[in-house]
Design a protein around this ligand. Structure first.
Ligand SMILES: *Cc1c(COP(=O)(O)O)cnc(C)c1O
Length: 407
Protein backbone atom coordinates (compact mmCIF):
# COMPACT_ATOMS: atom_id res chain seq x y z
CA UNK A 1 0.00 0.00 0.00
CA UNK A 2 2.99 2.28 0.54
CA UNK A 3 3.61 1.92 -3.19
CA UNK A 4 0.65 4.06 -4.22
CA UNK A 5 1.14 6.79 -1.64
CA UNK A 6 4.87 7.23 -2.25
CA UNK A 7 4.28 8.74 -5.69
CA UNK A 8 2.80 11.91 -4.19
CA UNK A 9 5.47 12.26 -1.52
CA UNK A 10 8.07 12.40 -4.25
CA UNK A 11 6.98 15.65 -5.95
CA UNK A 12 10.40 17.22 -5.81
CA UNK A 13 11.30 20.91 -5.65
CA UNK A 14 14.63 21.18 -7.42
CA UNK A 15 16.78 23.78 -5.62
CA UNK A 16 18.78 24.16 -8.86
CA UNK A 17 15.66 24.87 -10.94
CA UNK A 18 16.88 28.29 -12.04
CA UNK A 19 20.39 27.14 -12.90
CA UNK A 20 21.76 26.28 -16.32
CA UNK A 21 21.74 22.78 -17.72
CA UNK A 22 25.40 22.03 -16.94
CA UNK A 23 24.82 22.93 -13.26
CA UNK A 24 21.59 20.95 -13.07
CA UNK A 25 23.28 17.94 -14.67
CA UNK A 26 25.77 17.85 -11.81
CA UNK A 27 23.58 18.86 -8.85
CA UNK A 28 19.86 18.23 -9.41
CA UNK A 29 18.51 15.31 -7.39
CA UNK A 30 21.83 14.76 -5.67
CA UNK A 31 22.01 16.07 -2.13
CA UNK A 32 24.96 14.76 -0.10
CA UNK A 33 24.09 11.43 1.52
CA UNK A 34 22.12 12.24 4.71
CA UNK A 35 23.72 9.36 6.64
CA UNK A 36 27.40 10.12 5.93
CA UNK A 37 27.75 13.33 3.95
CA UNK A 38 29.14 11.39 0.97
CA UNK A 39 29.10 13.89 -1.88
CA UNK A 40 28.30 11.23 -4.47
CA UNK A 41 25.01 9.36 -4.27
CA UNK A 42 25.86 5.93 -2.84
CA UNK A 43 25.00 2.67 -4.59
CA UNK A 44 22.40 1.50 -2.08
CA UNK A 45 22.76 -2.20 -2.75
CA UNK A 46 19.67 -3.24 -0.83
CA UNK A 47 16.32 -4.81 -1.62
CA UNK A 48 14.46 -3.70 1.50
CA UNK A 49 14.51 -1.19 4.39
CA UNK A 50 13.89 -1.56 8.12
CA UNK A 51 10.61 -0.03 9.31
CA UNK A 52 10.15 1.55 12.75
CA UNK A 53 6.59 0.28 12.95
CA UNK A 54 4.30 -1.26 10.33
CA UNK A 55 4.29 1.17 7.37
CA UNK A 56 6.30 3.77 9.30
CA UNK A 57 9.53 4.29 7.36
CA UNK A 58 11.74 6.89 5.69
CA UNK A 59 9.88 6.78 2.38
CA UNK A 60 11.45 3.55 1.21
CA UNK A 61 9.82 0.20 1.83
CA UNK A 62 10.86 -2.16 -0.98
CA UNK A 63 13.44 -1.55 -3.70
CA UNK A 64 11.19 -2.31 -6.69
CA UNK A 65 8.83 0.41 -5.43
CA UNK A 66 11.34 3.04 -4.32
CA UNK A 67 15.09 3.18 -4.26
CA UNK A 68 17.39 6.05 -3.20
CA UNK A 69 20.00 5.70 -5.97
CA UNK A 70 17.24 5.39 -8.55
CA UNK A 71 15.36 8.32 -7.01
CA UNK A 72 18.42 10.57 -7.38
CA UNK A 73 18.71 9.57 -11.04
CA UNK A 74 14.98 10.06 -11.67
CA UNK A 75 15.10 13.57 -10.24
CA UNK A 76 18.24 14.35 -12.18
CA UNK A 77 16.90 13.23 -15.56
CA UNK A 78 13.60 15.03 -14.90
CA UNK A 79 15.61 18.21 -14.21
CA UNK A 80 17.53 17.84 -17.48
CA UNK A 81 14.27 17.65 -19.44
CA UNK A 82 12.75 20.53 -17.44
CA UNK A 83 10.11 18.09 -16.27
CA UNK A 84 8.45 17.57 -12.90
CA UNK A 85 8.51 13.78 -12.80
CA UNK A 86 11.09 11.23 -13.91
CA UNK A 87 10.95 7.44 -13.80
CA UNK A 88 13.77 5.06 -14.63
CA UNK A 89 13.58 1.60 -16.14
CA UNK A 90 15.82 -1.35 -16.83
CA UNK A 91 16.20 -0.37 -20.51
CA UNK A 92 14.90 2.10 -23.06
CA UNK A 93 12.64 -0.68 -24.30
CA UNK A 94 11.18 -1.14 -20.81
CA UNK A 95 10.52 2.62 -20.62
CA UNK A 96 8.70 2.54 -23.97
CA UNK A 97 6.84 -0.55 -22.86
CA UNK A 98 5.51 1.23 -19.76
CA UNK A 99 4.16 4.07 -21.91
CA UNK A 100 2.24 1.60 -24.12
CA UNK A 101 1.05 -0.33 -21.04
CA UNK A 102 -0.69 2.84 -19.89
CA UNK A 103 -3.07 2.42 -22.86
CA UNK A 104 -6.08 0.09 -23.01
CA UNK A 105 -7.19 -2.65 -25.34
CA UNK A 106 -8.71 -1.06 -28.44
CA UNK A 107 -6.57 2.08 -28.27
CA UNK A 108 -4.65 3.22 -31.35
CA UNK A 109 -1.17 4.76 -31.66
CA UNK A 110 0.26 6.78 -34.56
CA UNK A 111 4.01 6.51 -34.93
CA UNK A 112 6.73 7.26 -37.46
CA UNK A 113 7.72 4.83 -40.20
CA UNK A 114 11.44 5.09 -39.44
CA UNK A 115 11.04 4.16 -35.80
CA UNK A 116 13.84 2.50 -33.80
CA UNK A 117 13.67 -1.17 -34.86
CA UNK A 118 13.25 -2.54 -31.33
CA UNK A 119 10.34 -0.20 -30.61
CA UNK A 120 8.68 -1.17 -33.91
CA UNK A 121 9.10 -4.83 -32.99
CA UNK A 122 7.61 -4.27 -29.53
CA UNK A 123 4.63 -2.34 -30.88
CA UNK A 124 3.79 -4.84 -33.63
CA UNK A 125 4.87 -8.18 -32.15
CA UNK A 126 3.93 -7.65 -28.51
CA UNK A 127 1.29 -4.98 -28.00
CA UNK A 128 -0.78 -5.70 -31.11
CA UNK A 129 -1.42 -9.12 -29.52
CA UNK A 130 -3.01 -7.30 -26.58
CA UNK A 131 -5.36 -5.34 -28.81
CA UNK A 132 -3.50 -2.03 -29.16
CA UNK A 133 -3.18 -1.02 -32.83
CA UNK A 134 -0.49 1.05 -34.53
CA UNK A 135 -0.15 3.11 -37.72
CA UNK A 136 3.25 4.12 -39.08
CA UNK A 137 3.53 7.28 -41.17
CA UNK A 138 6.16 9.71 -42.44
CA UNK A 139 6.34 11.95 -39.37
CA UNK A 140 8.11 14.74 -41.25
CA UNK A 141 4.69 15.21 -42.94
CA UNK A 142 2.28 16.72 -40.39
CA UNK A 143 -0.67 16.09 -42.75
CA UNK A 144 0.14 12.37 -42.78
CA UNK A 145 0.01 12.26 -38.97
CA UNK A 146 -3.26 14.20 -38.94
CA UNK A 147 -4.81 11.80 -41.46
CA UNK A 148 -3.76 8.74 -39.47
CA UNK A 149 -5.50 9.90 -36.26
CA UNK A 150 -8.81 8.11 -35.63
CA UNK A 151 -11.36 8.42 -32.79
CA UNK A 152 -9.48 5.52 -31.13
CA UNK A 153 -6.07 7.23 -31.26
CA UNK A 154 -4.71 7.98 -27.79
CA UNK A 155 -1.00 8.47 -28.41
CA UNK A 156 1.46 9.84 -30.97
CA UNK A 157 4.96 8.37 -30.68
CA UNK A 158 7.75 10.10 -32.59
CA UNK A 159 11.54 10.05 -32.82
CA UNK A 160 13.59 13.00 -34.01
CA UNK A 161 16.20 12.92 -35.47
CA UNK A 162 15.36 9.49 -36.87
CA UNK A 163 17.57 6.48 -37.33
CA UNK A 164 19.54 6.09 -39.59
CA UNK A 165 18.47 8.81 -42.08
CA UNK A 166 18.43 11.66 -39.53
CA UNK A 167 15.06 12.95 -40.69
CA UNK A 168 13.43 15.47 -38.38
CA UNK A 169 9.91 15.78 -37.08
CA UNK A 170 8.61 19.22 -36.09
CA UNK A 171 7.92 18.70 -32.36
CA UNK A 172 6.05 22.01 -31.88
CA UNK A 173 3.78 21.33 -34.85
CA UNK A 174 3.04 17.74 -33.79
CA UNK A 175 2.40 18.88 -30.18
CA UNK A 176 -0.09 21.47 -31.45
CA UNK A 177 -1.83 18.83 -33.56
CA UNK A 178 -1.91 16.43 -30.58
CA UNK A 179 -3.62 19.09 -28.41
CA UNK A 180 -6.16 19.89 -31.15
CA UNK A 181 -7.02 16.23 -31.63
CA UNK A 182 -7.04 15.39 -27.90
CA UNK A 183 -4.22 12.83 -27.98
CA UNK A 184 -0.98 12.62 -26.00
CA UNK A 185 2.44 13.04 -27.57
CA UNK A 186 5.49 11.02 -26.56
CA UNK A 187 8.89 11.92 -28.02
CA UNK A 188 11.76 9.42 -27.93
CA UNK A 189 14.57 11.90 -27.27
CA UNK A 190 17.41 9.36 -27.22
CA UNK A 191 19.29 10.74 -30.26
CA UNK A 192 19.09 14.42 -29.35
CA UNK A 193 19.18 14.30 -25.52
CA UNK A 194 17.82 17.22 -23.44
CA UNK A 195 21.03 19.11 -24.17
CA UNK A 196 19.98 19.55 -27.82
CA UNK A 197 16.19 19.65 -27.46
CA UNK A 198 13.66 19.54 -24.63
CA UNK A 199 10.39 18.19 -26.06
CA UNK A 200 8.30 19.02 -22.95
CA UNK A 201 9.18 22.69 -23.49
CA UNK A 202 7.85 22.35 -27.05
CA UNK A 203 4.52 20.89 -25.94
CA UNK A 204 5.13 17.13 -25.72
CA UNK A 205 3.41 15.25 -22.87
CA UNK A 206 6.02 12.52 -22.35
CA UNK A 207 9.72 12.17 -23.16
CA UNK A 208 11.23 8.69 -23.40
CA UNK A 209 14.92 7.77 -23.35
CA UNK A 210 17.24 4.88 -23.81
CA UNK A 211 19.82 5.99 -21.23
CA UNK A 212 22.02 3.25 -22.70
CA UNK A 213 23.07 5.77 -25.35
CA UNK A 214 24.15 9.40 -24.80
CA UNK A 215 22.75 9.88 -21.28
CA UNK A 216 24.82 6.99 -19.88
CA UNK A 217 27.38 7.86 -22.50
CA UNK A 218 30.09 5.29 -21.80
CA UNK A 219 28.69 2.08 -23.35
CA UNK A 220 28.78 0.37 -19.96
CA UNK A 221 25.13 0.20 -18.91
CA UNK A 222 21.63 -0.47 -20.29
CA UNK A 223 18.80 1.72 -19.01
CA UNK A 224 15.75 3.80 -19.82
CA UNK A 225 13.71 6.73 -18.53
CA UNK A 226 10.49 8.66 -19.02
CA UNK A 227 9.80 12.25 -17.98
CA UNK A 228 6.50 14.12 -17.82
CA UNK A 229 4.92 17.23 -16.30
CA UNK A 230 1.48 15.62 -16.21
CA UNK A 231 0.67 14.26 -12.76
CA UNK A 232 -1.96 11.85 -14.05
CA UNK A 233 0.43 10.33 -16.59
CA UNK A 234 3.13 10.15 -13.92
CA UNK A 235 0.84 8.32 -11.47
CA UNK A 236 -0.04 5.76 -14.15
CA UNK A 237 3.58 5.19 -15.16
CA UNK A 238 4.77 5.07 -11.55
CA UNK A 239 2.12 2.46 -10.84
CA UNK A 240 3.26 0.45 -13.90
CA UNK A 241 6.94 0.75 -12.96
CA UNK A 242 6.15 -0.90 -9.63
CA UNK A 243 3.43 -3.26 -10.84
CA UNK A 244 5.33 -4.71 -13.82
CA UNK A 245 8.76 -4.35 -12.21
CA UNK A 246 11.14 -3.41 -15.07
CA UNK A 247 13.34 -1.37 -12.72
CA UNK A 248 17.07 -0.68 -13.06
CA UNK A 249 19.50 -1.93 -10.40
CA UNK A 250 21.39 0.42 -8.03
CA UNK A 251 24.75 0.01 -9.79
CA UNK A 252 23.18 0.79 -13.15
CA UNK A 253 21.51 3.91 -11.73
CA UNK A 254 24.85 5.02 -10.32
CA UNK A 255 26.56 4.59 -13.70
CA UNK A 256 23.87 6.56 -15.54
CA UNK A 257 24.00 9.27 -12.85
CA UNK A 258 27.74 9.50 -13.36
CA UNK A 259 27.08 9.84 -17.10
CA UNK A 260 24.58 12.69 -16.81
CA UNK A 261 27.16 14.89 -15.07
CA UNK A 262 29.16 15.26 -18.27
CA UNK A 263 26.25 15.08 -20.72
CA UNK A 264 26.24 18.80 -21.64
CA UNK A 265 30.01 18.77 -22.14
CA UNK A 266 29.95 15.55 -24.16
CA UNK A 267 27.10 16.65 -26.41
CA UNK A 268 29.01 19.79 -27.34
CA UNK A 269 32.02 17.75 -28.34
CA UNK A 270 29.99 15.04 -30.13
CA UNK A 271 28.24 17.79 -32.12
CA UNK A 272 31.41 19.74 -32.92
CA UNK A 273 33.23 16.60 -34.11
CA UNK A 274 30.23 15.41 -36.14
CA UNK A 275 29.77 18.78 -37.85
CA UNK A 276 33.40 18.83 -38.98
CA UNK A 277 33.23 15.24 -40.21
CA UNK A 278 29.88 15.78 -41.99
CA UNK A 279 31.32 18.81 -43.82
CA UNK A 280 34.41 16.89 -44.92
CA UNK A 281 32.44 13.82 -46.02
CA UNK A 282 30.16 16.05 -48.08
CA UNK A 283 33.18 17.21 -50.08
CA UNK A 284 34.68 13.75 -50.45
CA UNK A 285 34.58 12.48 -54.08
CA UNK A 286 33.79 8.89 -52.99
CA UNK A 287 30.77 9.91 -50.90
CA UNK A 288 27.37 10.08 -52.65
CA UNK A 289 25.41 11.89 -49.92
CA UNK A 290 25.57 12.91 -46.25
CA UNK A 291 22.62 13.04 -43.84
CA UNK A 292 23.28 15.42 -40.96
CA UNK A 293 20.85 18.02 -39.59
CA UNK A 294 23.69 20.51 -39.07
CA UNK A 295 24.46 20.77 -42.80
CA UNK A 296 22.70 23.44 -44.89
CA UNK A 297 22.17 20.66 -47.48
CA UNK A 298 19.83 18.82 -45.06
CA UNK A 299 16.25 19.30 -46.36
CA UNK A 300 15.11 20.31 -42.86
CA UNK A 301 18.08 22.49 -41.93
CA UNK A 302 15.80 25.38 -40.90
CA UNK A 303 13.76 23.12 -38.65
CA UNK A 304 16.99 21.78 -37.14
CA UNK A 305 18.04 25.32 -36.28
CA UNK A 306 14.61 26.08 -34.81
CA UNK A 307 14.33 23.01 -32.59
CA UNK A 308 17.86 21.77 -31.87
CA UNK A 309 20.62 23.70 -30.06
CA UNK A 310 23.31 21.63 -31.78
CA UNK A 311 22.99 18.97 -34.46
CA UNK A 312 24.25 16.01 -32.41
CA UNK A 313 26.71 13.19 -32.93
CA UNK A 314 24.89 10.96 -35.43
CA UNK A 315 25.68 11.04 -39.15
CA UNK A 316 24.76 8.72 -41.96
CA UNK A 317 26.34 8.82 -45.40
CA UNK A 318 26.33 6.84 -48.58
CA UNK A 319 29.57 5.49 -49.91
CA UNK A 320 29.68 5.13 -53.68
CA UNK A 321 29.89 1.55 -54.98
CA UNK A 322 28.37 -1.80 -54.05
CA UNK A 323 27.83 -3.80 -50.89
CA UNK A 324 31.30 -5.39 -51.07
CA UNK A 325 32.89 -2.00 -51.08
CA UNK A 326 30.86 -0.88 -48.06
CA UNK A 327 31.97 -4.03 -46.23
CA UNK A 328 35.64 -3.38 -47.15
CA UNK A 329 35.28 0.14 -45.78
CA UNK A 330 33.69 -1.05 -42.53
CA UNK A 331 36.46 -3.60 -41.99
CA UNK A 332 39.20 -1.03 -42.63
CA UNK A 333 38.27 1.49 -39.92
CA UNK A 334 40.52 1.41 -36.87
CA UNK A 335 39.46 4.26 -34.57
CA UNK A 336 35.76 3.78 -35.39
CA UNK A 337 34.67 0.35 -34.12
CA UNK A 338 32.08 -1.72 -35.94
CA UNK A 339 29.26 -2.22 -33.43
CA UNK A 340 25.56 -1.83 -32.71
CA UNK A 341 24.48 0.99 -30.39
CA UNK A 342 25.52 4.62 -30.27
CA UNK A 343 26.07 7.59 -28.00
CA UNK A 344 29.22 6.47 -26.18
CA UNK A 345 32.43 8.47 -25.82
CA UNK A 346 34.05 6.16 -28.40
CA UNK A 347 33.22 6.38 -32.11
CA UNK A 348 31.19 3.55 -33.59
CA UNK A 349 30.05 2.78 -37.07
CA UNK A 350 27.36 0.52 -38.38
CA UNK A 351 25.89 -0.74 -41.60
CA UNK A 352 22.07 -0.55 -41.46
CA UNK A 353 21.61 -2.90 -44.45
CA UNK A 354 23.35 -5.83 -42.74
CA UNK A 355 23.08 -4.86 -39.06
CA UNK A 356 20.28 -2.79 -37.48
CA UNK A 357 17.86 -3.00 -40.42
CA UNK A 358 18.79 -6.43 -41.83
CA UNK A 359 15.36 -7.86 -40.98
CA UNK A 360 13.65 -5.51 -43.47
CA UNK A 361 13.39 -7.09 -46.99
CA UNK A 362 15.88 -5.47 -49.42
CA UNK A 363 13.14 -4.04 -51.69
CA UNK A 364 11.46 -2.23 -48.79
CA UNK A 365 14.79 -1.13 -47.39
CA UNK A 366 15.76 0.50 -50.67
CA UNK A 367 12.36 2.21 -50.93
CA UNK A 368 12.96 3.74 -47.49
CA UNK A 369 16.37 5.03 -48.63
CA UNK A 370 18.44 2.45 -46.75
CA UNK A 371 20.83 1.57 -49.54
CA UNK A 372 23.62 -1.02 -49.40
CA UNK A 373 26.22 1.74 -49.25
CA UNK A 374 24.62 3.58 -46.31
CA UNK A 375 26.94 3.87 -43.30
CA UNK A 376 25.88 5.15 -39.88
CA UNK A 377 28.39 6.93 -37.65
CA UNK A 378 28.11 7.56 -33.95
CA UNK A 379 30.81 10.18 -33.69
CA UNK A 380 32.63 10.01 -30.35
CA UNK A 381 34.58 12.61 -28.44
CA UNK A 382 38.07 11.63 -29.62
CA UNK A 383 40.25 14.12 -31.56
CA UNK A 384 38.39 15.03 -34.73
CA UNK A 385 41.52 14.84 -36.89
CA UNK A 386 42.07 11.21 -35.90
CA UNK A 387 38.48 10.32 -36.68
CA UNK A 388 38.54 11.96 -40.09
CA UNK A 389 41.93 10.44 -40.93
CA UNK A 390 40.52 7.02 -40.03
CA UNK A 391 37.53 7.47 -42.35
CA UNK A 392 39.67 8.80 -45.19
CA UNK A 393 42.13 5.94 -44.89
CA UNK A 394 39.31 3.36 -44.87
CA UNK A 395 37.58 4.97 -47.86
CA UNK A 396 40.86 4.84 -49.82
CA UNK A 397 41.43 1.23 -48.80
CA UNK A 398 37.90 0.23 -49.81
CA UNK A 399 38.66 1.25 -53.40
CA UNK A 400 40.97 -1.75 -53.71
CA UNK A 401 38.99 -5.04 -53.98
CA UNK A 402 42.06 -7.01 -52.87
CA UNK A 403 42.24 -5.14 -49.57
CA UNK A 404 38.95 -6.72 -48.56
CA UNK A 405 40.02 -10.22 -49.51
CA UNK A 406 43.19 -9.90 -47.47
CA UNK A 407 41.53 -8.45 -44.37
C1 LIG B 1 18.50 2.01 -28.24
C2 LIG B 1 17.25 2.74 -28.47
C3 LIG B 1 16.04 2.32 -27.86
C4 LIG B 1 15.97 1.08 -27.00
O1 LIG B 1 16.71 1.22 -25.85
P1 LIG B 1 17.39 -0.02 -25.05
O2 LIG B 1 18.05 0.65 -23.90
O3 LIG B 1 18.34 -0.68 -26.01
O4 LIG B 1 16.28 -0.94 -24.68
C5 LIG B 1 14.91 3.08 -28.10
N1 LIG B 1 14.93 4.16 -28.90
C6 LIG B 1 16.06 4.57 -29.51
C7 LIG B 1 16.02 5.78 -30.38
C8 LIG B 1 17.25 3.89 -29.32
O5 LIG B 1 18.36 4.29 -29.95
Amino acid sequence: MGAESNGKKRAYEDPYKHCGLATRAIHSGQEPDPATGAIMTPIYQTSTYVQEAPDVHKGFDYARTNHPTRLALERNIAALENGKYGLCFGSGSAAASAVVQSLNQGDHVVSCNDLYGGTYRMFTKVYERFGVSFSFVDASDIGAIDKAITPKTKLLWIETPSNPLLKLCDIRAVAKLAKERGVKLCVDNTFATPVLQQPLEMGADIVAHSTTKYIGGHSDVVGGAVVTNDEEIYEKLKFLQNATGAVPGPMDCFLVLRGTKTLPLRMERHSANALQIARKLLEHPEVACVNYPGLPTHPQYDLAKAQMRLAGGMISFELKGDLDRAVRFLKSCKVFSLAESLGGVESLLGHPATMTHASIPREERLKAGLTDGLIRLSVGIEDEKDLMADLERAIAKSLDPKAGAAA
